[in-house]
Design a protein around this ligand. Structure first.
Ligand code: SF4
Length: 351
C-alpha cells in the first residue's frame, strides 16, 4: 500500500487536511486545483465513462498510477413508484481479474492479474461519489461486487473499509451501507465480522449441491458444510444482520427443483436471505443463458414458502457490459466516450 489516507506525495506537500477535504466533500479535481494551486492527490484517472440510457448505471473505466485498467459502476436508481430516491451506490473492484474462475463471469475469464491497494480501492468511491454529487445525488452505499474476490485481497480491502467508515478522514459511511460479496473465504469472513460487525456480508453461493458449486465456483476454498459453519459464526458475531446468499440463475444448470431443495436445506438454521440474480449473457458465451422470468418467480415463491426471505435483483447496466459478472476491464482502451452511450440529460462528464 502506498501513501495513506489519501495523502500521497502531493497530499503530504499540501497537508493532510486538504486531501481529506477533497475526498470527504467530493471536491472536483479542477476546484481542488483552484483552491490549493496544486494538483489533487489522486492516483486514478478516468479513462472512459459510459452512462446507460436504459437503466441509470454508469461504468467508469479507470487507469491506476501503475498503468492498469479497472472498472467501477455507479448505480443511480430512481426508487420505487411514489418513493423516488436521490441516493447512489458505488460498486467497486478489489482486484484486476480474479483467480476464482467462475465460468460464466467476464472477470473470471481474465484470470488473476493483480491486487488493488487500499488507495486504489477507496478512490473508486471518490470518483463514484463525485459523479453522484454532480448528478444531485448522495453516495450512500458501497458494494464490493466489482472485479475480483475481495477476501483474496483482504489486507487492502479491510484498510479501504476502515477509511470508508472514518467520518473525519474518510467518507463517514454507516457500516450497514457497505456490503462485501465473497465466494466464501472463511478466515476472511470471520476477520471482517470481528473488525467491522456492522458491514454486511454476501456469499456468492450459486449452487448448494457440491458438484455444481465446484463447477460454477471452481476455486472456492472449503466445502459447503464449512461454508455453513462460517455463516453460522458470522450470524453469532453480527447482531441481527442477515447474510445474503447470491444465486446467479442459469437456465438448465442450477434452477431445477433439486437445486431449490438443496438451497432450502442449506439455509436451515441460518440467518440468511436469498438474492436471485438474473444472469447477464456475455457475447460469445451463449452456453450460459438466464433462467426465464416465470421460473425465477416460481423459485422465489418456493423459497418464500419455506420461510426464506428472498428478493430478485434488479440488474443495472446490461447495455454497457456493466452488470453483475460483466466487468472485465478488457475494453478499457482509450476510445472516446460514445455519444450514444452517454446519457443525453443531466449526468455530468467527469474530468
Ligand atoms: S463471479 Fe466474482 S468470484 Fe467469480 S470469477 Fe467473477 S469476480 Fe471472481
Amino acid at each position: 500500500m502506498n501513501g495513506g489516507w489519501g495523502a500521497g506525495s502531493h497530499g503530504r506537500h499540501l497537508g493532510r487536511k486538504a486531501a481529506w477535504k477533497l475526498f470527504r466533500e467530493f471536491i472536483s479535481p479542477a476546484t481542488f486545483q483552484e483552491l490549493f494551486a496544486a494538483p489533487p492527490p489522486l492516483r486514478l484517472v478516468v479513462e472512459q465513462q459510459l452512462g446507460s440510457l436504459a437503466d441509470r448505471a454508469i461504468k467508469l473505466k479507470l487507469k491506476t498510477d501503475d498503468g492498469q485498467s479497472i472498472e467501477c459502476v455507479v448505480l443511480l436508481p430512481t426508487g420505487k413508484p411514489g418513493h423516488p430516491t436521490r441516493r447512489a451506490t458505488a460498486c467497486v473492484s478489489s482486484q484486476i481479474g480474479c483467480a476464482v474462475g467462475c465460468p460464466f463471469c467476464a472477470t473470471g475469464m481474465m484470470g488473476w492479474k493483480g491486487n488493488l491497494n487500499a488507495d486504489q480501492i477507496w478512490e473508486q468511491v471518490y470518483w463514484a461519489g463525485l459523479l453522484a454529487a454532480q448528478s444531485g445525488r448522495r453516495l450512500r452505499n458501497v458494494v464490493f461486487m466489482g472485479m475480483g474476490e475481495p477476501l483474496h485481497n483482504r489486507q487492502h480491502v479491510l484498510a479501504a473499509i476502515e477509511r470508508l467508515l472514518d467520518g473525519r478522514r474518510g467518507f463517514g459511511l454507516a457500516p450497514r451501507h457497505i456490503t462485501l460479496s465473497t465466494v466464501g473465504v472463511p478466515r476472511g469472513m470471520i476477520e471482517l465480522a470481528q473488525r467491522f460487525p456492522g458491514v454486511r456480508q454476501a456469499v456468492s453461493l450459486h449452487a448448494a449441491i457440491p458438484e455444481m458449486r465446484r463447477r460454477l465456483v471452481p476455486k472456492a476454498v472449503g466445502d459447503l458444510e464449512t461454508l455453513r459453519e462460517t455463516i453460522a459464526q458470522i450470524n453469532r458475531l453480527q447482531d441481527q444482520a442477515t447474510v445474503w446468499l447470491e444465486m446467479v440463475l442459469l437456465e438448465g444448470i442450477n434452477d431445477d427443483d433439486h437445486h431449490v431443495d438443496a438451497l432450502i436445506a442449506f439455509c436451515a438454521g441460518l440467518r440468511v436471505s436469498v438474492n436471485l440474480i438474473p444472469y447477464n449473457t456475455l457475447p460469445g458465451h451463449e452456453l450460459w443463458q438466464p433462467t426465464p422470468q416465470p421460473r425465477r418467480e416460481a423459485i422465489a415463491n418456493r423459497l418464500r414458502s419455506a420461510g426464506i426471505r428472498t428478493t430478485i435483483r434488479t440488474s443495472f447496466g446490461r447495455d454497457l457490459q456493466a452488470a453483475c459478472g460483466q466487468l472485465s476491464g478488457l475494453h478499457a482502451a482509450s476510445s472516446p466516450p460514445s455519444a450514444s452511450a452517454r446519457p443525453a440529460h443531466t449526468l455530468p462528464w467527469l474530468p
